[in-house]
Design a protein around this ligand. Structure first.
Ligand code: OSB
Ligand code: MG
Length: 369
């Protein structure tokens, strides 16, 4: 294939409820949607996951646009490529900026799946028909409100619940959840809010039979996490700290974690995500697919990736209606009994809905190189 034209749309999507983590609140999601066209006219879609502010990692919506416009699109446009794995080679001289890279690489995978007449999941080597779905619950204004939400999610059939924690909103909150739901598969995500000075608080969480504790320490750390893991019974899951296969190898060698959350954007694309998946499988480290409050295109890519066999733990990719009044794809992505059915049709299995996309678009630019 040869990419000849890319349309970037900047979308603003109202959320049903604001999502709060230890680093801040997202009340409205902004994203870039990439419509990528190759010489034969096949169109693939990609979505950026960076937030407007650099809270989670260093990338923002504006840095992703800058990287796409000034470096990534010039490196890709009008080049002959035989396989999506070559995209990361074309981007090889550009450091980091994984979310920008992943947005365009995901669209190339979509085109590749269509041209080889297979589902994206199949193109990636995935064979699951159903994937298990968990839910991530943001920080709430009261424990009562949190328990009510969890009750609703448990009744809806989600396979595990993850709650956000931060200093001062941790042990007592988890204790209350455990008391109300003794057998719930439960985990906590700190989004880097603690340091080794908080080790006693983190050790108290060992009493609650959590599946794992996600990213307790600094977003770029694997050394302190290794020290912490030696003093915790609960497995540590790394999110922010893992930006590449090399990071995963080092973290596993050091004993910094027992689980890895794979996010396509954070690791720079589907090809790198697959490599991390395979490496973890060889080293008996279970993985699951994280979420970034994606709209339908990003969600569809997550679903296809999760069809790979070492995604053995429920992920954070909920259905369209969890965050959105109206998603940008049809059919809507639905969760039934805690499962999403992996589409078997050609490509990503969902169609971008241009009427809804146009309604949510605040600016648009076409690039032909
Ligand atoms: O750390 O996994 C995270 C949302 C925004 C930023 C970071 C994270 C999250 C989530 C929600 O936990 C995932 C989702 O529902 O998409
Ligand atoms: Mg996380």
């Amino acid at each position: 294939m040869r990419i000849e034209e890319i349309t970037i749309r900047h979308l603003k999507m109202p959320m049903k409820a604001p999502f709060t983590t230890s680093f801040g609140t997202v009340a409205e999601k902004e994203l870039l949607l990439l419509e990528v066209k190759d010489a034969s006219g096949t169109i693939g879609w990609g979505e950026t996951v960076a937030f407007v502010a650099p809270w989670y990692t260093e990338e923002t919506l504006k840095t992703t646009w800058h990287m796409l416009e000034d470096f990534l699109m010039p490196a890709l446009l009008h080049k002959d490529i035989a396989h999506p794995d070559e995209v990361s080679t074309l981007f090889g001289s550009i450091r980091r900026n994984g979310m920008a890279k992943a947005s365009i690489e995901g669209a190339v995978w979509d085109i590749y799946a269509q041209q080889t007449k297979q589902s994206l999941a199949h193109a990636l080597g995935g064979s699951k028909d159903l994937i298990d779905v968990g839910i991530s619950v943001g920080i709430q204004s009261s424990t009562e409100k949190l328990l009510e939400l969890i009750k609703d999610y448990v009744e809806k059939g989600y396979k595990r619940v993850k709650v956000k924690i931060k200093p001062g909103y941790d042990v007592e909150v988890i204790r209350a959840i455990r008391a109300a739901f003794p057998n719930l598969p439960l985990m906590a995500d700190a989004n880097s809010a603690y340091t080794l000075n908080d080790i006693e608080v983190l050790q108290q969480l060992d009493a609650f039979n959590l599946l794992m504790i996600e990213q307790p320490l600094a977003a770029d750390d694997i050394i302190d996490h290794a020290k912490l893991q030696k003093q915790l019974k609960t497995p540590i899951c790394l999110d922010e700290s893992i930006t590449s296969l090399e990071d995963a190898r080092k973290a596993i060698e050091l004993g910094s974690c027992g689980v890895i959350n794979i996010k396509i954007g954070r690791v720079g694309g589907i090809t790198e995500a697959k490599k991390i998946h395979d490496y973890c499988q060889q080293h008996a480290i279970p993985v699951w697919c994280g979420g970034m409050l994606e709209a339908g295109i990003g969600r569809a890519h997550n679903i296809a990736l999760t069809a790979l066999s070492n995604f053995v733990l429920p992920g954070d990719t909920a259905g369209s209606s969890h965050y959105w009044y109206e998603d940008i794809v049809t059919p809507e992505i639905i969760v039934e009994d805690g499962h999403i059915r992996v589409p078997q049709s050609i490509g990503i299995g969902y169609k971008p809905n241009l009427d809804i996309i146009d309604k949510l678009t605040i600016s648009k630019k076409v690039y032909k190189g």
